[in-house]
Design a protein around this ligand. Structure first.
Ligand SMILES: C=C(O[C@@H]1C=C(C(=O)O)C=C[C@H]1O)C(=O)O
Ligand SMILES: NC(=O)CC[C@H](N)C(=O)O
Length: 909
């Protein structure tokens, strides 16, 4: 017998896929997803009602899901509004969840009002009608033992419950109120607000129609599984109603293509079907088969390596200084915390990866909105360095991710077990927050005034892997020629072994004796233009933004908003940063020194130093975003809940804590747990979207971990990618064409790139639901007279790798410093007679305007005495999750806490 079919109507929520997974696994049903606003079902079309009815006829039942906004706003509920009132012959069993529930309440004539305070991520006991009324009455709570459920709402149903006297409540709570005879209450919860107890309707059935509703979220990881019985009862009741009403489902295919299976996020799923895919593949193939030096870069390579024991005193940056010399681009993924021994046995800190000869690596760059990808290769060899670039057009419906996947597929290795090394060679690079916004269809508010890439991946063929546990360094390369590889490995090994730093530990160490436990508060800006100027976020303005976020939350538009702001550091440009840096000869102001300082003051498992695609990023991120292995096991590690370590406080506002036990006491409170839980459920949704129903688990929930300067609450969510599936499309990807032998079947192998594409921007940096929250953040973060900058850029994006075997590891870019080469500021007016104080790069009396920054920092045309000065601008983003329970002061303080570490490095010079 065919599985029963359910249609899930999705209001762009970040928990939708979890509900689909629950329905699929608990009911053994096939679930299709339809967005609330499919173009083919527009309520304005004359045939809308018929079209909707014929679409719904194909299903045994319908579920209207949760979502941002309010049931009274047409755009927020879209189709949902119309399903409750179908005529007798079109009637279908429906379950409304949260926003869907509220929509049902409104359709019955009930009111939906704001709660005193939103209850997002709160876990509450459900008081439900589990006796006295049988299943035959449509009581879907019948026989369900007591259970607790997660709530995610700001609005709630007002059916007149507050008019019931306390002494009558026990008896009357299951009775319909006279003015709303169709609403039969089935479940409640109670919120103690001090002066009163709010009675919050949690479940209902319609007296006459096969409609039910749940205000709580049955799919949340923290809703007890006992509660799943309610879903089973609902479906039994739905099928019974179908039988009794003689309703038959129409099993013919939909006339529309708007309905999708859940596993819809694969980068290979293309709305327009095969023609578009063919078109896209051809575009890439034309380039890839063209045989250019760029298109053939790194093909047919084998892995070779040589391992050396690493002397105790050698650190990751030392290795770079020993062999890297002067390069222009660098990628170092530095588990600085491993060496610092700060965090104990932390496996995430086991390896560091140093890409070598990044200048000579092929780069793929993409900028959001563009329909092409740029491949770039620099040749540093004599007679003169040159950069060659080629443009690869994206096909009509192709994304950057498909192109990356095809590029990778042509270079992937087969089946060897390289377990001891996390990375053999492959993609390394970054994605910006704005790339993620494009992926979830959030428009940028402002026109961009720069040409920076949003994704820059280098195909790294030469690298060093430092194993901090075994104290070894592996020199490795991917090469077509064994003899050339051998020569190269030996020359690097000799270079290291022969270095005096290796044998004697001789090095200039500018940052060795830093006092790493005592960060100082941020400085107020100085007015002296020739010195480092620091513009920190305005505290009052930040608090006002927190309140604004809370207004959005109170009105149901978001459950949690990760508000951030940026600090700008403008300072004389370091001479090295213009064209090249030379770690060995770095001046005290170079980015290299900043990196060395940050890794010493704030060692983190996901530290990094990147100079790539015009960006310089120095990060001390503690947060893993996504890790995956070649067999398709994906693991995400959302982090929410931060408490400062050590007793020193920022401006005396609060004390930090020094032990894990103290941090646990502070973080295991409803507000912090709710923040984390919301992101856990969001990340489950993201992973479900690629891995499919029933393939996601949460092995670690709300665990407090210790880092160099903070304690963080962390959860781990794992998903397993499905095995390759055969589909009956007529096209093949280049790498698969040979396997499928023209049979017309295409093997869709999902990889970590599918997961990455489907889950950016990181949920811990957006809040939930992701799309609406990002739209709100676009409004809130740029508002205010003191706002310095518009884009989050690399901050809130990810940095990491995916190697030739298919393994990847990406961290969330936070606790970091970022500058762009093109954000230079020239000509700052200085007061007459002021001392330049900027070393050797002030040149008086020249004119011209090379100011290209987007922040207006350098656009000053003061008259009179002017000092030519080249400045560089560093950005530090910091923020935190705002919820209904946040306080503006608490959020401001949290933002400054996170800012403190990275900002501290500028205060040392
Ligand atoms: C926003 C930042 O951090 C994020 C927010 C956190 C929180 O709200 O507790 C914790 C880690 C990050 O996901 C930041 O570091 O700037
Ligand atoms: N999770 C939801 O569906 C929330 C519904 C609605 N936006 C509220 O906040 O009450």
């Amino acid at each position: 017998m065919d599985s029963p079919r359910i249609l899930f109507i999705d209001a762009y929520d970040s928990f939708s896929n979890n509900i689909v997974s629950l329905l699929t696994t608990v009911l053994d049903a096939e679930v299709d997803i339809l967005p609330i606003d499919p173009p083919h079902l527009n309520p304005k079309n004359p045939s809308f009602k018929d079209d909707l009815s014929s679409e719904l006829r194909r299903y045994d039942a319908v579920v209207c899901g949760p979502g941002p906004g309010s049931p009274g706003v047409d755009q927020d509920v879209g189709l949902m509004k119309h399903v409750w009132d179908l005529g007798a012959k079109d009637m279908v069993p429906i379950l409304g969840i949260c926003l869907g529930f509220q929509s049902l309440v409104v359709s019955c004539g009930g009111l939906v009002k704001k709660l005193r305070t939103g209850l997002h991520g709160m876990i509450r006991a459900i008081d439900h009608l589990n006796e006295g009324s049988s299943q035959q009455d449509g009581n879907i709570f019948y026989g369900v033992p007591p259970f607790k459920a997660t709530l995610y709402h700001s609005l709630h149903a007002d059916i007149g419950q507050e008019s019931i006297l306390a002494e009558n409540w026990t008896e009357s709570r299951w009775k319909s109120l006279a003015h709303l005879p169709d609403i039969v209450p089935l479940a409640w919860t109670y919120e103690d607000r001090g002066d009163v107890t709010e009675r919050i309707l949690m479940g209902l059935k319609h007296r006459r129609k096969p409609s039910w509703g749940l205000q709580y979220h049955p799919e949340s990881i923290c809703t007890e599984s006992t509660g799943h019985q309610v879903i089973r009862n609902w479906f039994d009741a739905a099928l019974r109603w179908n039988r009794e009403a003689g309703r038959k489902t129409d099993r013919s295919p939909s006339q529309f293509d708007g309905t999708k299976k859940m596993r819809r996020i694969s980068i290979w799923d293309i709305d327009e079907g095969n023609t578009a895919l063919k078109q896209s593949v051809d575009n890439f193939r034309i380039w890839a088969d063209g045989g250019s030096q760029l298109a053939t870069f790194g093909l047919n390579a084998n892995h070779m390596s040589r391992v050396l024991n690493l002397p105790e005193h050698i650190e990751v940056p030392d290795l770079v200084e020993m062999i890297q010399g002067a390069g222009r681009e660098y990628i170092i993924l530095d588990s600085a915390s491993a060496k610092a021994g700060k965090i104990g046995d932390d496996v995430r800190g086991r390896y560091s990866i140093i890409a070598l000869d990044v200048d000579g690596a092929l780069k793929l760059e993409y900028r959001t909105g563009n329909r092409h990808v740029t491949a770039r290769l620099s040749r540093t060899a004599a007679p003169s360095p040159q950069t060659v670039s080629e443009t690869i057009k994206l096909g009509a419906h192709q994304t950057i991710w498909q192109l990356l996947s095809e590029f990778w597929t042509r270079r992937k290795t087969q089946g060897e077990d390289y377990a001891p090394t996390p990375f053999l060679g492959g993609f390394m690079g970054y994605c910006t927050y704005e790339l993620g916004l494009e992926g979830i269809d959030v428009k940028l508010r402002e026109q961009r005034r720069h040409e920076r890439p949003d994704l820059c991946f280098a195909w790294v063929t030469k690298s060093l892997i430092v194993d901090h546990l075994d104290a070894t360094v592996r020199i490795q390369c991917l090469s077509q020629s064994e003899s050339m590889a051998q020569t190269w490995l030996n020359s690097v090994a000799e270079g290291l072994l022969g270095s005096s730093m290796w044998s004697q530990g001789l090095r200039r160490e500018a940052t060795q004796n830093l006092d790493i436990d005592e960060p100082t508060p941020p400085r107020t800006p100085t007015t002296e233009p020739t010195k480092t100027q620091i513009q920190i976020p305005d505290a009052d303005e930040y608090e006002a933004k927190v309140r604004l976020c809370q207004d959005y939350i109170a009105s149901g538009d978001s459950y949690e908003l990760c508000l951030t702001d940026q600090t700008l550091i403008t300072r004389p440009r370091s001479p090295q940063t213009t064209d090249s840096i030379s770690p060995a000869s770095s001046s005290s102001s170079s980015s290299w020194t900043l990196y060395r300082t940050l890794r010493a003051t704030q060692p983190a498992p996901f530290g990094s130093y990147l100079r790539l695609g015009g960006a310089t990023l120095i990060s001390s991120s503690p947060e893993r975003f996504l890790e995956y292995d070649a067999a398709g096991l994906c693991s995400m590690r959302p982090m929410k809940g931060t408490v400062r370590k050590s007793a020193s406080s920022l401006g005396g506002v609060s004390e930090g804590v020094s032990t894990l036990a103290q941090a646990e006491r502070i973080l295991h409170v409803p507000k912090e747990e709710a923040e984390n839980l919301m992101i856990v459920d969001l990340v489950r949704h993201d992973l479900h979207g690629v891995c499919g129903p029933g393939r996601v688990a949460v092995p670690r929930l709300l665990v407090v971990e210790e880092y160099a300067s903070v304690f963080q609450m962390v959860s781990v969510v794992e998903g397993r990618l499905p095995l390759p599936q055969f589909s009956t499309t007529t096209t093949t990807t280049p790498a698969e064409s040979s396997d499928s032998g023209g049979s017309g079947e295409r093997q869709q192998q999902l990889t970590g790139l599918d997961v990455l594409a489907a889950s950016l921007p990181p949920g811990s940096m957006t809040g939930a639901p992701k799309k609406r929250s990002c739209e709100i953040l676009q409004e809130v973060e740029v508002g205010g007279p003191h706002t310095h900058t518009r884009e989050r850029s690399l901050y809130s994006g990810v940095v990491g790798y995916m190697d030739v075997t298919g393994r990847g590891d990406w961290s969330v870019t936070i606790r970091s410093l970022l500058r762009w080469d093109d954000e230079e500021v020239v000509y700052i007016p200085v007061p007459r007679n002021a001392h330049a104080g900027c070393g050797d790069n002030g040149v008086e009396g020249q004119d011209g305007d090379r100011s290209k920054d987007e922040n207006g920092v350098g656009d000053r045309s003061g008259k009179g005495h002017r000092q030519r000065q080249e400045l560089e601008v560093w950005h530090i983003g910091a923020g935190g999750a705002v919820t209904a329970l946040s306080t503006p002061e608490g959020e401001r303080e949290e933002m400054f806490t996170k800012l403190k570490g990275p900002l501290g490095v500028f205060e040392r010079f």
